[in-house]
Design a protein around this ligand. Structure first.
Ligand SMILES: Cc1ncc(COP(=O)(O)O)c(C=O)c1O
Length: 389
């Protein structure tokens, strides 16, 4: 990790200036790069020198974005992808062989669960899962062919916290690769490599973009693992576009100030909800009532921007609440300047059997709020009128 602060790295990390000496980094819309002569081309393709060859392999804008994330996460190297899911899939595809085994937290993003249930089995790759409050079962799930342990913290949508150091220690003891999806925390609030993760994945579509504009993903970690991921990606083509990388690198310049404000707003929203008599419970990592409050305080700088709460009256009350919302958006994204509400039981997780939903904390009345940057009073007033409607 560099000696500079994260805020400074996010702003001052910049690829070399062109002959125009621009202050702000330009956009490099080019598919390929030119060579001086045959020898320059030969040595470049033979990986005897590091340079841009073709934008599926690297591009100045993606390199700058990756470099910033590496500095913020304390990682050696990374590769940027077209979306968070292409980062998740490509990381698995690059590191796993047929017949391998994965151990994963049960509370993971829906599409990652679909990858485990429907796609990895094509290569006879099996997945065993552990509940967030049963980390002591992880060791018993290890098999001779276990290659990876996978976790998210905070979880989506129930906002549970997993003890990353404890999982990291188990992975290290058994020489298994530990991967953390750090999307909800961002590299500003939590750096999983400190707790033993070998690789960290982000959906940059969320708080890293922060304004609901572009899709993006990134995997960072140790050079040896990233080299495997790079070779897989270089040949299969899930690269982030230079335009999206340019947007995302600019967004990182303001990530710390935006996230500070998101977290401040979210804590106020969570405190309001906790005191409301139509609410059964609120889950926000930095509320004292959160079951893993102490752990969240150790692992994270602030509590993040997502608040989950259970409205009294179950699934019908949840749908009714959504129908009464006036200012906030009903949308599938999160981490936007605009606050967003979702009702997982009737939307994103509706296809799951109720028993599976409940195991990951998704009750009928659970509402997820991605708290944005509008004035807190306006966010709270909208939630209040919808609760009381
Ligand atoms: C925790 C988590 N991981 C991964 C993803 C997938 O990211 P993307 O939508 O950029 O593919 C999401 C999207 O919501 C997410 O919440």
């Amino acid at each position: 990790m560099s000696s500079k602060h994260i805020e400074t790295e996010a702003i001052r990390t910049q690829i070399e200036r062109s002959q125009f000496l621009e202050h702000s980094n330009p956009l490099f819309l080019t598919s390929s790069y030119v060579f001086e002569d045959a020898e320059d081309m030969r040595t470049s393709f033979a990986d005897e020198k590091q340079r841009n060859i073709y934008s599926r392999y690297s591009n100045p804008n993606t390199s700058e974005f990756i470099e910033k994330i590496c500095l913020m996460e304390g990682a050696e190297r990374g590769y940027a992808f077209a979306s968070g899911m292409s980062a998740v899939f490509s990381t698995f595809a690059a590191l796993l062989n047929a017949d391998d085994h994965v151990i994963s937290s049960r509370s993971i993003f829906g599409s990652t669960q679909t990858l485990f249930n429907n796609i990895l089995p094509k290569w006879n790759i099996s997945v065993s899962s552990f509940k967030i409050d049963e980390l002591d079962t992880i060791e018993s799930l290890i098999q001779p062919n276990t290659k990876l342990i996978y976790a998210e913290s905070p979880t989506n949508p129930a906002v549970d916290i997993l003890d990353l150091k404890r999982i990291g220690d188990i992975a290290k003891k058994h020489n298994i690769i530990f991967i953390v999806d750090n999307c909800f925390a961002t590299p500003y609030l939590q750096q999983p490599i400190k707790f033993g993760a070998n690789l960290v994945i982000h959906s940059a579509t969320k708080l890293i973009d922060g304004q609901g504009r572009v899709l993006g993903g990134v995997t960072v970690g140790t050079s040896d693992l990233i080299q495997k991921i790079y070779l897989f990606a270089r040949n299969t083509g899930p690269a982030l576009s230079p335009f999206n990388a340019w947007i995302l690198s600019k967004s990182l310049e303001t990530l710390p100030v935006r996230v500070d404000k998101h977290c401040d707003n979210a804590l106020k929203v969570a405190t309001f909800l906790e005191a409301h008599d139509k609410v059964n419970f609120v889950k926000y990592p930095f509320l004292k009532s959160h079951p893993q409050y102490e752990l969240a305080k150790q692992q994270m700088k602030l509590g993040g921007n997502v608040v989950a709460f259970e409205i009294k009256g179950g699934i019908d009350a949840g749908r009714n609440f959504l129908n009464s919302i006036k200012l906030l958006s009903l949308s599938a994204n999160l981490g936007d300047t605009r606050s967003i509400v979702t009702h997982p039981a009737s939307t994103t997780h509706a296809k799951l059997p109720e028993e599976d939903r409940l195991q990951t904390g998704i009750t009928g009345g659970l509402i997820r709020v991605s708290v944005g940057l509008e004035h807190t009073e306006d966010i709270i007033n909208d939630l209040k009128q919808a609760l009381e409607n």
